[in-house]
Design a protein around this ligand. Structure first.
Ligand SMILES: NC(=O)c1ccc[n+]([C@@H]2O[C@H](COP(=O)([O-])OP(=O)(O)OC[C@H]3O[C@@H](n4cnc5c(N)ncnc54)[C@H](O)[C@@H]3O)[C@@H](O)[C@H]2O)c1
Ligand SMILES: [Zn+2]
Length: 364
């Protein structure tokens, strides 16, 4: 193990696995997996660009531990996350003789992780699956918690399964090549983790803005470990999303509506969530859940990391229309996760749509 190699354990009734975090942990991926996987056939699912950058290193790690490696490459982008891509992958697995002893390694961002997990969950009723996240968002969010799936014409992530990975290998060095916008997208989720459950993480972000912008490896390691710890704590408490796990959706109700109202073209997920968090903080302030100072603290961090706090080019009425049609809206009342203090939120508070309307008129 390299000096920065840390292991975060996730143990719930339905999920048990280790998350390996650090710089260079990919080198020991093969030996880690060989310890508990009986088979020696690995399928490496990724995108052409990522395979070009890191395919040899990942393959070498697996081969050195005795695995044979078949590479499966799928095009980049959300439009790839479909049943058709899954069907093509089933064909490929079957043609290459994949069996229940084989392991599917998803090497990429949330798109590869979600579709890889879904294919692993359903091929032969389930084969071992490993997450190797390469985006900041995937490292702190989508690789943990066992949600897998694909999109359908009638809804995002409409088809899927809870299927935990057998291990997660989070090598921070992959972030060196991540495009700036994708990087900021992940930062938004890390800020969210601090806001909902870790005031020290939030204070650490406040104190290290410049190092975060520079992608300082040491600082990033701390950020990622702490954000993972937040997600692990929440998922352990509520593995199948019956209650407390809802707090992970802080800022997401407005965020999702913004993404949908702009046909997923204007804002990245992280940008939409940043705006959602800012507006829901103002909503919390307006409803006397938190002080203006708490709200301002969140705004300051979002702005320092160049994340948006308000939207432009979209009519607030259109946004409200989308929210009114959201399945979480009942009789004109929506449920929100509201901010009490940094590190503390209250979930499923009912807010009338017209209160929201007044707020958007003021802040958006
Ligand atoms: N399962 C969950 O719990 C969960 C949670 C949140 C989001 N998601 C899903 O995750 C998806 C979004 O994931 P994402 O934001 O990681 O996007 P993504 O997987 O589309 O990756 C973004 C882009 O970055 C590129 N890329 C990835 N790593 C790179 C690297 N290290 N260097 C250079 N380029 C790199 C990819 O090729 C891609 O073009 C969505 O489909 C969303 O629904 C799932
Ligand atoms: Zn999110």
């Amino acid at each position: 193990m390299t000096p920065s190699h840390r292991v975060i354990e996730l143990r719930s009734d339905t999920e048990q696995y280790d998350i390996h975090v650090g710089q260079g942990v990919i080198v020991s991926l093969g030996t880690q997996l060989a310890e508990f996987l009986p088979g020696r056939k690995a399928f490496l699912l990724s995108h052409p660009g990522l395979l070009q950058l890191y395919g040899d290193a990942v393959t070498a790690s697996l081969q050195e531990a005795g695995f044979t490696v078949e590479t499966c490459s799928i095009p980049e982008g959300e439009t790839t996350k479909t049943l058709q891509t899954a069907a093509d992958l089933f064909t490929r697995l079957a043609q290459c003789g994949a069996d229940r002893q084989s392991v599917l390694c998803a090497f990429g961002g949330g798109v590869v992780g979600d579709i890889g997990g879904f294919v692993a969950a359903t091929y032969m009723r389930g084969i071992p699956f490993v997450q190797i996240p390469t985006t900041l968002l995937a490292m702190v969010d989508s690789s943990i918690g066992g949600k897998t799936g694909v999109n359908h014409d009638l809804g995002k992530n409409l088809i899927g399964a809870f299927y935990p990975p057998r291990a997660v290998c989070t090598d921070i060095t992959f972030l060196g090549s991540l495009p700036e916008r994708e990087y900021r997208c992940g930062l938004s989720e890390i800020i969210k983790a601090g806001v909902i459950d870790d005031v020290e993480l939030f204070a650490f972000i406040e104190a290290h803005v410049e190092a975060i912008r520079q992608r300082d490896a040491q600082v990033l390691t701390t950020l990622i470990e702490r954000a993972i710890a937040v997600k692990v704590r929440v998922v352990q408490e509520d593995p199948t999303e019956q209650g407390i796990r809802a707090i992970l959706n802080f800022g997401h109700t407005i965020g999702h509506a913004l993404e949908a109202a702009t046909a997923y073209e204007q804002y990245s997920h992280g940008e939409a969530v940043a705006i959602g968090m800012a507006l829901v903080a103002r909503l919390s302030e307006a409803l006397d859940y938190c002080t203006p100072a708490v709200c301002n603290r969140l705004y300051a961090v979002l702005e320092a990391l160049e994340l948006p706090v308000t939207y432009t080019d979209i009519d607030s009425q259109d946004l409200l229309e989308v929210m009114a049609h959201d399945k979480k809206t009942v009789n004109g009342v929506m449920r929100f996760i509201l901010l009490q203090d940094i590190g503390s939120v209250v979930y499923r508070q009912e807010v009338p749509l017209d209160t929201l309307q007044g707020l958007l008129a003021q802040y958006a």
